[in-house]
Design a protein around this ligand. Sequence first.
Ligand code: PLP
Ligand code: TYF
Length: 397
Amino acid sequence: LFAAVELAPRDPILGLTEQFNADTRSNKVNLGVGVYYNDEGRIPLLKAVRKAEQARIDAAAARGYLPIEGLAGYNRAVQELLLGADSPLIAAGRVLTAQSLGGTGALKIGADFLKRLVPQAKVAISDPSWENHRALFEYAGFEVVNYPYYDAATHGVNFAGMIAALESYPAGTVVVLHACCHNPTGVDLTADQWTKVVEVVKARQLIPFLDIAYQGFGDGIDADATAVRQFADAELTFLISSSFSKSFSLYGERVGALSLVAADKEESGRVLSQLKRVIRTNYSNPPTHGGTVVAQVLTSPELRAEWEAELGEMRERIRAMRAALVAKLKERGVARDFGFVLQQRGMFSYSGLTAAQVDRLREEHGIYAVSTGRICVAALNSRNIDAVADGIAAVLK
Ligand code: PLP
Ligand code: TYF
């Protein structure tokens, strides 16, 4: 049966971590995978999370099945985080949310749902985009195309190219948009550029699918939701995949959500009934632990305040590392101006390093980055940053 099965290629990012783990050098640094590490180089367990987990253990709660769409309190909290607690769409019953297996799970149930709804549609993703976007939508049966996004010459967005592509798509094309902290480039649209994107999406009757995996890592919880809220204000129907992997440092618990904004409450009920079918036939219902913990933190005033402070610390630490990297490269006499790293948002920086330079960084210095030149700034710390600056300076000579 399996004799003809070919060996599949490794995911370039997760494959890099396997290679890193097998490296025996003690001074190695992994700037490959998108994970936030604290200054000690460890994935933090947030204090707010620990307290909510302790309360859950103390309550000795039974582990019955959750509803197909997950915990009601969790889903409501997700909606308020994305759209704002005072959102008229939530009040009108137009938003429906299903707890999902991380942001990836949200994209997948969204893709499966869309495939039944608009089977002929193409899906457009940014060039470049998160490693998994293309494969995920292709596995769901869609043809995937790229819209221009990153402009290497300016370290910015090729906005004219992006808009021209959106304007060229037929009505009903699904457009996947990174709502903040673009992965892999770190380059985001401004609020005014989002206004233009919303206008074009509306005029061309495209189907917006917003992916927000780093809310709170850019400029703050509400500031990072600007794109989501502009789509909401434009009276559009759209999809949002969201994730708490990063913002709660709960990578392995798989906590995310798919939210859909429907035209009215009655439509929302019909849509949810179909989405539940997708979920039922995939994994029946989501797990209890992560969703319960996140809901507890988001709805308890003390834990919420503690989480927001911890998220703010993560955001500030990444910013400090951006500034330190730029300064240290300058100190080492690197001629290229890396000031653009300070403008980028979230965990990542498209550093401008070539694949050959990334190879040398790994082979000669034990510093791992993605071959595209993407580095995870959230993996820099006060102990490894000098070695990283030395390595980058060396490969740029
Ligand atoms: N979408 C983007 C843009 C991401 O960078 C990630 C990162 O992991 C995801 C979705 C998936 O999130 P999760 O790890 O919660 O599945
Ligand atoms: O981009 C990253 O590094 C994270 C983690 O297939 C990740 O989003 C990377 C690749 C992948 C799944 C998750």
